[in-house]
Design a protein around this ligand. Structure first.
Ligand SMILES: [Zn+2]
Length: 257
């Protein structure tokens, strides 16, 4: 029995070795932003040097303030070329884009010393999920979990209220009211007890009004989990950069004294 197992393990190792040889020989990595081939060794995580310099990192503005008790982080501003990447991840299942974006979210975690036991993606309503076939927040959550060596938990939280596309353009207040109890816990899941008192990372792709993310955080918090919220991108601002302020001033009409 033991021998069989060690043979299997060796077989697996050889399989992995051959697979890697194949990948190294035939597979030329390409940049997940501009789609151009990248000369090996590939830059990690698969973004070429040119594109890396134009990605809209939030840098020291990763931690955001909002009117909820949970800490909130965003890695990027929702601007080009990231916006295009996110849209293609959402609507054309470009999983490679999640592979490129999520490792930068892991760096945000490391920089801000966010230590969690599980990653929970903000779920889609089952109707939306069947229309689209996959959940973009889950694509990101899976890569984060793999990189950080923690587990993805999908069976605890579900979305009970379906909102149509039009409602997404309503005001913040309307959305908040509509989404107030949109997310529920699946009480049958034994993980609810297992995660009580633990820190969990709630992940979504883009933060707009924050109504969805906070509505999803609420039932987790009520179940005793310590929630940290994280999105790949947000344009929300509290603090403004020096250059942006200067630009605003420059565009003001000159005051005649
Ligand atoms: Zn590129």
């Amino acid at each position: 029995m033991r021998k069989k197992r060690s043979n299997r393990r060796r077989g697996k190792r050889i399989g992995e070795f051959l697979r890697q040889q194949f990948v190294d020989f035939y597979y030329h990595p390409y940049c997940a932003v501009c789609d151009r081939a990248v000369q090996p060794p590939p830059p990690s995580p698969f973004v070429c040097r040119d594109c890396l310099s134009v990605l809209p990192f939030r840098m020291d503005r990763e931690q955001m303030s909002w009117d909820h008790p949970w800490r909130l982080f965003a890695t990027f501003y929702y601007r080009e070329p990231l916006r295009k990447m996110m849209v293609s991840m959402k609507f054309s299942e470009r999983i490679d884009r999640a592979e490129a974006i999520a490792p930068f979210m892991c760096r945000t975690m490391a920089r801000n010393q966010i230590d969690v036991d599980a990653v929970i993606p903000v779920p889609l309503h089952r109707k939306r999920l069947s229309e689209r076939g996959y959940n973009q927040a889950e694509l990101l959550a899976r890569v984060i979990a793999r990189e950080a060596d923690i587990s993805v938990v999908e069976e605890v939280l579900y979305r009970d209220v379906h909102t149509d596309r039009q409602s997404e353009s309503r005001t913040v207040e309307e959305r908040r009211r509509q989404l107030a109890d949109a997310f529920k816990l699946d009480r049958r899941s034994p993980l609810i007890d297992a995660l009580r008192g633990r820190q969990v990372l709630l992940v979504d792709d883009v933060l707009t009004t924050g109504a969805t993310l906070s509505a999803a955080a609420k039932p987790l918090d009520e179940a005793g989990m310590r929630v940290v919220c994280m999105v790949a991108a947000s344009d929300k601002e509290k603090y403004r950069g020096y250059h942006e302020v200067m630009e605003d001033w420059a565009s003001l009409p000159e005051r005649r004294i």
